[in-house]
Design a protein around this ligand. Structure first.
Ligand SMILES: NC(=O)c1ccc[n+]([C@@H]2O[C@H](COP(=O)([O-])OP(=O)(O)OC[C@H]3O[C@@H](n4cnc5c(N)ncnc54)[C@H](O)[C@@H]3O)[C@@H](O)[C@H]2O)c1
Length: 253
C-alpha cells in the first residue's frame, strides 16, 4: 500500500472509540501525522500510544464537540502543533433513544442532536475557516445508514441527527468546494463496535439480531469502514464532492 497521507495533518474526532481509533491508526500507517481528539482523555492517550508504538506520529487533544470554543481549540492545536490541517474526519457520535417519539426523553433528544449534528456543524465551521484560508483540505463526516437512508422505530433522535449530517455535508460541500475544501460523508450500517450492542447483549445475540438485516450477513469490521474514509480523504476521490457514501453490506440497496 502506498503512503497516501505522507506530509498531511489529519484530525480524527471520536478517536478514542473503535471506528475513530481504527481510522486514526490507518491514517498514521499511511504516513499522516494524526491529531487524536475525543472527550475521553484516557482513550485519547491510548490511541496516541498505539499509533506511536506502531512507528506513527500523533498528538492528543481532549475535545467536547458540542462546545464551539473547545472545537476551535482542537483545530488551533492541529495548526500550532503540526503546522496545518489537511484532512478532518468528524466522527464523534453517541446513540440514544429506545422509545417512540411520544415518550422520548427530551434531554436525550437534545444531547443526541448536540453531539451528532451540532458537533459536526461546529467542526465544519472551524475546520473550513482554517482550510479555506490555507489552500484547502478534505473533510469526511460520519453519518449513518440509520439516517437519510433508513428508519428504525424508537431511534428518532439518532436517525434525525444522522440525516442532518448527510444534508449538512451536501450544503457545506457546495459552499466550500470552490475554496478547495472537499467535503463528503459516510453512512455505515452496523459496525463491530460497542455501539452495535444493546445493553447486556452477547456477541452471538448481537449478530443474531443484526446479521439478518444485512444482505452480506454480518456486521462490518471497523477496518472496512476506515478503508472508505481513507479513500474519500485521498486524492483518489478527487472528483467526489458532497457525496454520502453508504457502507452497509447492502442493507439499504
Ligand atoms: N457502531 C455502529 O454500528 C455505527 C453505525 C453507523 C454509524 N456509526 C457512527 O460511527 C461513529 C463512531 O462510532 P463507534 O461505533 O466507533 O462508537 P464509539 O462509542 O466506540 O465511539 C464514539 C466516540 O465518540 C466520543 N464522543 C462522544 N461524545 C463526544 C463529545 N461530546 N465530544 C467528543 N467526543 C465525543 C466517545 O467518547 C467515543 O470515543 C459515530 O458517529 C456513530 O454514530 C456507528
Amino acid at each position: 500500500m502506498t503512503a497516501r497521507f505522507t506530509g498531511k495533518v489529519v484530525l480524527v474526532t471520536g478517536a478514542a472509540g473503535v471506528l475513530g481509533r481504527t481510522t486514526a491508526q490507518a491514517f498514521a500507517a499511511e504516513g499522516a501525522t494524526v491529531v487524536v481528539a475525543d472527550l475521553d482523555e484516557n482513550g485519547v492517550n491510548e490511541t496516541v500510544k498505539l499509533i506511536e508504538t506502531d512507528g506513527g506520529t500523533a498528538s492528543g487533544v481532549v475535545v467536547d464537540v458540542t462546545d464551539s470554543a473547545s472545537v476551535k481549540a482542537m483545530v488551533d492545536h492541529a495548526v500550532s502543533t503540526h503546522g496545518g490541517l489537511h484532512v478532518a474526519f468528524n466522527n464523534a457520535g453517541i446513540l440514544g433513544g429506545g422509545t417512540p417519539v411520544g415518550e422520548h426523553d427530551e434531554d436525550v433528544w437534545n444531547k443526541v442532536l448536540a453531539v451528532n449534528l451540532t458537533g459536526v456543524f461546529l467542526a465544519l465551521k472551524h475546520e473550513t475557516a482554517h482550510m479555506a484560508a490555507n489552500g484547502g483540505g478534505v473533510i469526511v463526516n460520519t453519518a449513518s445508514n440509520l439516517g437519510a437512508h433508513w428508519r428504525l422505530a424508537t431511534m428518532s433522535a439518532y436517525s434525525t441527527s444522522k440525516a442532518g449530517v448527510s444534508f449538512l455535508t451536501r450544503t457545506a460541500a457546495r459552499e466550500y468546494i470552490q475554496q478547495g475544501v472537499r467535503i463528503n460523508a459516510i453512512s455505515p450500517g452496523p459496525i463491530d463496535t460497542p455501539m452495535s450492542y444493546l445493553p447486556g447483549e452477547t456477541r452471538e445475540q448481537r449478530d443474531a439480531r443484526l446479521a439478518p438485516t444485512v444482505p452480506l450477513g454480518r456486521v462490518a469490521d471497523p477496518r472496512e469502514v476506515a478503508n472508505a474514509v481513507l479513500w474519500l480523504a485521498s486524492e483518489e476521490s478527487s472528483f467526489v464532492v458532497g457525496h454520502d457514501h453508504v457502507i452497509d453490506g447492502g442493507a439499504t440497496a
